[in-house]
Design a protein around this ligand. Structure first.
Ligand code: ADP
Ligand code: MG
Length: 287
């Protein structure tokens, strides 16, 4: 494209809330065959809410709320909000530790505790009843975190984050253009699959550790396939850089916005479709 055509395309995109940080991204998105998406905050609203507590509600929320008070994770905020809403008295925590992609651990009242995925519950006996409840909740697209006290599992907390209304429309339009869509998430596979189905995403890669997202992008790039990645979190930054086209949500963390070469100001996946159509108009016309 001529410099003028590129400028016209970039400014047209900006008016639609699609910020193109470099012209090459606008050209490359035309050649993309696969678009990968982060789940939380990208496909979903990113404001998780506690929907169910299994086990003794007060004790479960007391342990979990106390521990999660020190965490910045969106799931932690949901747990603390619920504990406060139920007026559960929070206790002091010592030896707090955040385990990346898994949850948090620490001592409450001198006893070892954890809140997080099943990986953190490894040394703890998980009663069959809890396993069945967890599976049922996950099939409802709820993320389940396990709460441990001492060497016992005392409860489950189900947390729900719903897809943005625009996500399904955008995914359908991307698929109509012949693109493959993939979800990459640290969340549990069952939950990820239900949400993928709700918005029409083809493939799910779940249980991905935060530092592995960029390796997953590399695996999608096998055979020279051009891959775009859309994300918003701190842990999405390396994947945004590795992808042929990194697309950040405007509501995302600073580092994600810095790492992306396209930014979606309206935090809406229809911006990806807009970027594609402007790219086509800009580059196909002047060959
Ligand atoms: P995502 O890819 O959705 O951003 P993360 O990698 O941040 O997910 O977390 C993956 C999983 O680790 C969560 O689904 C949850 O099970 C667990 N987890 C991480 N941090 C916390 C926390 N502070 N409290 C409870 N669970 C957590
Ligand atoms: Mg996210």
């Amino acid at each position: 494209a001529t410099p003028t055509a590129l400028m016209v395309g970039t400014s047209r995109a900006a008016k639609m809330g699609v910020l193109i940080k470099d012209g090459q991204a606008l050209e490359e998105i035309n050649a993309v065959k696969t678009i990968a998406f982060d789940k939380t905050g990208t496909i979903t609203v990113g404001k998780p809410v506690v929907t169910d507590v299994v086990g003794d509600q007060t004790q479960t929320l007391q342990v979990a709320g106390s521990l999660e008070s020190s965490s910045e994770h969106p799931l932690a905020k949901a747990v603390v909000e619920k504990s406060e809403g139920e007026q559960v008295k929070l206790l002091p925590v010592t030896d707090f530790k955040a385990v990346e992609g898994q949850g948090v651990t620490g001592k409450v009242d001198g006893q070892k505790t954890f809140v997080g995925s099943l990986k953190l519950a490894e040394d703890t006996q998980v009663p069959q009843e809890f396993k069945e409840q967890a599976s049922k909740l996950q099939n409802e697209a709820k993320t389940v975190v396990y709460v441990g006290l001492g060497n016992k599992l005392i409860g489950l907390i189900a947390i729900q984050d719903t897809p943005k209304k625009s996500s399904a429309t955008a995914i359908a339009q991307l698929k109509a253009r012949g693109l493959r869509t993939v979800m990459i998430t640290g969340d549990n596979e069952q939950v990820a699959k239900v949400i993928a189905k709700q918005v029409g995403i083809d493939d799910v890669i779940a249980g991905v550790m935060p530092n592995q997202k960029s390796a997953v992008i590399e695996s999608l790039q096998k055979d020279g396939q051009k891959v775009a990645f859309v994300g918003d979190g701190i842990n999405d930054a390396p994947a945004l850089t590795t992808a042929d086209v990194g697309i950040a949500m405007g509501s995302g963390t600073d580092i994600a916005i810095e790492s992306g070469s396209i930014v979606l100001v309206h935090n809406d996946l229809r911006g990806v479709v807009r970027a594609l159509s402007i790219s086509q108009k800009t580059f196909n016309r002047i060959k």
